[in-house]
Write a protein that binds this ligand. Structure first.
Ligand code: ZN
Ligand code: ZN
Ligand code: ZN
Ligand code: ZN
Length: 237
């Protein structure tokens, strides 16, 4: 390979997550540029590869992940086009929290917050009484930082009242980095995690050297049933 020391050309930008040079557009393979619904306007300077956005979506509730740049909720296109991501725009009233939110489990009509909260039912500390309580809702979303109490209340069993909460220090590592608020300043750690997963996958695929068939991932749908079969979401309300 005589081009090994060539700098990435402007025509072939690098993925902002895994930092690898993107493959030329072809069939929407993992190394190609992901078509994003948000940060993919003409002349956009930031690009992501399909493989990285796939990892981000597969780690999110119901196959919905956040754009690494603008934090928009995105998922794989349902129409089978590989490498195309669309906004997770399905709004509805969640049957768990009765709020109007982004629905990620279309069969059960459950929103992203409830699905995420069920998967990461962390322990939180009550500001009023300092009791620890497990809460099946992503209360970290309302905390300006990991150490600060949030500005949204939840019923404390000991206080018998709605109080403010912060994630228990022992459970702080359980907050999914991709969902932590911008003010937590953990985006780089999140992207490092995705990059590591991406590079591990790349290594395996190169060993296979066989490539993969379109659709063999089982993506393209909401895939909720498959996730549950994998021991993903468990709802206990
Ligand atoms: Zn990438
Ligand atoms: Zn975006
Ligand atoms: Zn909900
Ligand atoms: Zn309390």
């Amino acid at each position: 390979d005589d081009g090994s020391n060539a700098a990435p050309s402007p025509e072939q930008p690098t993925c902002a997550v895994c930092l690898e040079q993107l493959d030329p557009p072809s069939r929407g393979a993992d190394g190609e540029r992901a078509a994003m619904p948000c940060c993919d306007r003409d002349g956009a300077t930031m690009a992501f590869c399909v493989g990285c956005v796939d990892i981000i979506c597969s780690q999110g509730p119901g196959g919905v992940g956040r754009c690494p740049k603008c934090r928009a909720l995105v998922r794989r296109s349902n129409d089978g086009a590989r490498g195309v991501f669309v906004g997770a725009e399905l709004q509805g009233t969640c049957r768990m929290c009765l709020q109007s939110r982004t629905i990620v489990d279309v069969e059960r009509n459950v929103c992203d917050a409830c699905e995420l909260g069920a998967r990461h039912a962390l322990r939180y500390e009550c500001r009023a009484c300092a009791a620890t309580q497990r809460i099946p809702h992503p209360m970290w979303r309302y905390q300006p930082s990991a150490a600060t109490f949030g500005n949204v209340t939840w019923a404390c069993q000991r206080c018998g009242d709605y109080t403010n909460w912060r994630v228990h220090p022992d459970d702080a590592d359980g907050v999914p980095l991709g969902d932590a608020p911008e003010s937590w300043d953990v985006r780089e750690r999140w992207l490092e995690d995705v990059r590591r997963t991406r590079n591990e996958g790349r290594g395996r695929r190169e060993e296979d050297a066989g490539g993969f068939v379109d659709g063999a991932h089982g993506y393209g749908g909401w895939n909720v049933r498959m996730r549950r079969a994998n021991g993903g979401a468990k709802f206990r309300f």
